[in-house]
Design a protein around this ligand. Structure first.
Ligand code: NOJ
Length: 882
């Protein structure tokens, strides 16, 4: 059975608006009721005598005085210089979903003891915490509202507008029947728990720009969604992972992934929040000039003080929010990384160029494409196989006619230092002869329908079922399926592509699972929809780790994602189109995903649907060469477009763009290492590099690679010159001819002929390059470097170069030697910086006169300390402490 969808524009009617989602509508209506009634007071009060502050936690009880319902409040002050607020029903009829933390976070963060309770005032509890007590939290009791301050200036407030709304679980019959069942496009959602939504307003006083909450085909600086300017949307931003066919641009509709992380930035301050909830979520954004907190006096903003108000609405679960007070964006990225994990260090090949198409037809086709690259002297590292390579869409099998000898095929590719990737989707064909299906069925690992039977719906293979990756048993089973003996026809040079994992279900409501189907521990899919993709990605990651005894870093591309996906590999922006505006939007989309903790991301080069004209293809390669994940891909119905098919001069221009990527791989690899320990994005919006330059805050069509290259992709047809904004009082140099351009916050028109992507070296950087371009990155790994040292205004430059073997995660530290210590430490500990609370004691020798360290060194000094086999890895970020 071959299921093909025909081309047409997005079918808006397939997807819900806020008005079609009753919980969104109810919470929006509640917000309206409140904002239209100036005498309204939020009914939620924190009961004064319930407040206890102990060991970094403020706990208390909140009452809704309208219906006398009680809620438990917990405010945690964390060692990672952030705070957390959790609110749940005190006596829920049954437990509410609170397991998303097990998927998104590396572990539960610890509370800090570094805080001071400030003198009490009527109706207000205040605490200072963290960095020199510069962070403060004010908890107002009646009505309940919270204000976070940095340096005594409010930066984040909760329930300031009084829209907090917690729908308690109730018995059927307690309320209107329409709350218990909903129908969309003829599909019924049985809603066995009735209404159970949560809503809260979160404001960023003094901030006119907020960023984040991917994935949307929208702007970098997020737009208003209600009653605002002409450019405002009328719908809230939606977070609900969906396979939106032919998505529209400049639109808050949800796409394949969700990261409920939002960052606010202004001159002098940054703050962010993570709304840890995996159910369907909508976010309204408005901006107001009203200066509730008297900010104009201390911020010196005059009358233009703007507050960005946001309203978060989730269908179920509990309130669990992390608040990061920065104060810089780098602080926030680090704090967020400590919480949800840092980008896993990729293998070297994964950041080089990837060649994909739906589909390379057979192994001869694969060889021809592979040879084409050599013939035209174009480097590439990975060739990909889409769904047609399988036996009837049974993933991890091969079509024996088209791919009669997959091992030989992979070995031939590997011989040139290249790799292959095959697609493995989560829907398993319901066919008793398909071993993965049969095993999952026998082991009872499939998701069940609301009727208790294994859920059966339609995807590429026809009738399919989906393993439940939120069940640890499923993950354990799945993680054994990638060893070479299990995945027949695979080799160690084969890596994986996880697609359709929102999940995409052709016969389901909004092309996904019904919300009332049942997952592990009896949770409704409704509660955890947005982590299905991440749970599948994580299980496949374990599968590749198991393949070589955890020694080699996996590579898995996923389409769906959530907070924490950065720990498992790369993502891409799904099915874009071969159109100029789709090329243009790839910059804001990737910048947004990158600042939201998931920097390893890319967009299909060339556009997935349709046939790009050669000029568009060239411009797309030039942009892609300066984006973190660089892969060309195309729909099955498109014309072939391997780089040499464009003909002269386009092929040469494409070759130049790809070769430029290879020359700069040392820089990209260093930046991946940097993000793996700091969380900083790899491509950075202007405000990350020049945080005080307001003119740059909404710029989204140019960006920095690290801090050292300024890139402005050309995204318009026929364009041969372009205006670039140069930030700061700094020198820039044209990447091609090293000509100087003085920055000083000005726009300069530069030439941008078709053979050139506008790139500028930021004065003060050192750029490592490898100038001998070979057929794949592995051939270049022992090549010498060229260092471009670009002097800044002060006559200085600095840079970093990170090197390792490019493949393993086990480059072990064999021995650490400290020289010149004046006394013996009592104990020595090691810990991973992503998890400082778990410390391991290390054995050591001190002052071993006569100890032989190596052929040249025998100790003759007492002040030497030797730690043998500390069980630390070069590629990890660790601390040894004594
Ligand atoms: C949808 C993916 O987004 C696309 O990249 C892929 O080619 C098709 N599925 C077929 O697997």
């Amino acid at each position: 059975m071959h299921f093909k969808r025909t081309l047409s524009a997005v079918k808006r009617e397939d997807f819900k608006t806020c008005a079609d989602s009753s919980f969104c509508q109810r919470n929006r209506a509640y917000a309206d009721k409140i904002s239209n009634n100036s005498s309204f007071v939020s009914p939620y009060n924190l009961i004064e005598n319930s407040i206890i502050i102990k060991d970094g936690v403020l706990s208390g009880e909140i009452i809704n005085i309208e219906n006398d319902l009680h809620f438990i409040l917990e405010l945690n002050l964390l060692t990672i210089d952030a705070a957390r607020i959790r609110i749940n029903e005190k006596y829920p009829l049954k437990p509410r979903y609170d397991e998303v933390k097990n998927f998104a976070l590396v572990n539960e963060p610890s509370n800090t003891l570094d805080y001071t309770v400030l003198p009490s005032q009527d109706g207000l509890t205040s605490i200072s915490f963290g960095k020199e007590g510069k962070q403060k939290v004010f908890v107002y009791h009646s009505p309940f509202r919270v204000e976070f301050l940095f340096n005594d200036v409010p930066v984040v407030t909760l329930n300031d507008r009084g829209i907090f709304n917690f729908e308690h679980l109730r018995k059927k019959g307690d309320s209107s029947p329409s709350l218990w069942e909903e129908t969309f496009n003829g599909k019924v959602d049985s809603k066995p728990n009735g209404p159970e939504s949560i809503g809260l307003d979160i404001s960023f006083p003094g901030f006119s720009h907020v960023y984040g909450i991917p994935e949307h085909a929208s702007t970098l600086s997020l737009k208003e969604t209600r009653g605002g300017s002409e450019s405002a949307y009328t719908e809230p931003y939606r977070l609900y992972n969906l396979d939106v066919f032919e998505y529209e641009l400049d639109n808050p509709m949800s796409l394949y992934g969700s990261i409920p992380f939002m960052m606010a930035h202004r001159k002098g301050a940054s703050a962010a929040i993570l709304w840890l909830n995996s159910a369907e979520t909508w976010i309204d954004i408005t901006k107001s000039k009203e200066d509730k907190h008297g900010l104009s006096s201390f911020l010196n903003f005059g009358k233009s003080t703007i507050t960005t108000n946001t309203h978060w609405i989730s269908e179920s679960g509990i309130i669990d929010i992390f608040i990061f007070l920065g104060p810089t964006t780098s602080d926030i990225h680090y704090q967020y990384g400590l919480l949800t994990g840092f980008t896993t260090m990729p293998q070297y090949f994964a950041i080089a160029y990837h060649q994909c198409r739906w589909n390379y037809l057979n192994q001869d086709d694969v060889f021809e494409v592979d040879e084409g690259f050599d013939k035209y002297d174009i480097p590439y590292d990975v060739i990909w196989l889409d769904i047609e390579h399988t036996d009837n869409k049974k993933y991890t099998t091969w079509d024996n006619v088209k791919f009669s000898d997959p091992i030989k095929m992979q070995n031939n590719i590997a011989f040139k230092g290249r790799k292959m990737v095959t697609i493995v989707d989560p829907h398993l064909k319901r066919d008793d002869n398909f071993i993965l299906y049969k095993e999952a069925l026998d082991l009872d690992l499939f998701i069940k329908g609301s009727d208790g039977q294994v859920y059966d719906a339609w995807c590429w293979p026809g009738s399919s079922s989906w393993p439940d990756f939120t069940n640890p048993k499923t993950c354990e089973w799945w993680s054994k399926k990638f060893t070479l003996d299990q995945y027949k026809g695979s080799t160690e040079s084969l890596f994986i592509w996880n697609d359709m994992n929102e999940p995409s279900v052709f016969s389901g409501p909004e092309i996904t699972f019904p919300k009332d189907i049942i997952q592990h521990n009896g949770w409704e899919h409704r509660d955890l929809h947005n982590i299905y993709g991440l749970s599948f990605h994580a299980a496949t990651f374990s599968g590749l780790l198991n393949r070589k005894n955890s020694s080699h870093r996996p590579f898995i591309l996923s389409r769906s994602f959530f907070a924490g996906s950065q720990r498992y590999g790369a993502i891409w922006t799904g099915d874009n189109m071969a159109k100029w505006d789709h090329l243009a939007i790839s910059s804001p989309m990737l910048l947004t995903i990158g600042i939201s903790g998931l920097p390893f991301s890319g967009a299909d080069v060339g556009g997935f649907f349709g046939n790009p004209e050669p000029e568009l293809l060239v411009r797309w390669y030039q942009a892609g060469a300066f984006q973190p994940f660089f892969r060309a891909h195309a729909h099955i119905d498109t014309k072939r477009r391997e780089p040499w098919l464009s003909g002269s001069p386009y092929t040469e221009y494409i070759r130049d763009a790809i070769r430029e990527r290879y020359a700069l791989l040392p820089l990209w690899y260093t930046l991946f290492y940097e993000t793996s320990i700091t969380g900083k994005p790899i491509i950075r919006p202007m405000f990350e590099v020049y945080p005080d330059e307001e003119k740059g805050f909404a710029i989204e069509d140019q960006y920095f690679v690290g801090d050292s290259l300024l890139v402005k992709p050309v995204v318009n047809q026929g364009q041969t010159s372009i205006e670039v904004y140069f930030s700061g009082d700094e020198i820039y140099y044209d990447y091609y001819n090293f000509q100087r351009i003085q920055g000083s916050n000005k726009v300069v028109k530069v030439d941008a002929p078709l053979n050139k992507i506008p790139v500028f070296i930021h004065g003060g950087s050192i750029i490592p390059r490898r100038q001998r371009i070979r057929r794949s990155s592995s051939g270049m790994r022992l090549d010498p470097f060229t260092l471009l040292i670009a002097i800044n205004n002060k006559g200085e430059a600095n840079g970093t170069l990170y090197l390792d073997d490019g493949e393993t995660s086990v480059l072990r530290v064999e021995r650490i030697i400290f020289i010149g210590l004046d006394k013996k430490p009592s104990k020595i500990f090691a810990y991973n910086n992503s998890n400082p609370s778990i410390k391991r004691e290390l054995e050591f020798k001190f002052g071993g006169i006569g100890t032989t360290i190596n052929t040249f060194t025998t100790l003759s000094s007492k002040d030497v300390l030797v730690i043998k086999d500390p069980k630390l890895f070069i590629t990890e970020d660790w601390t040894v402490q004594f």
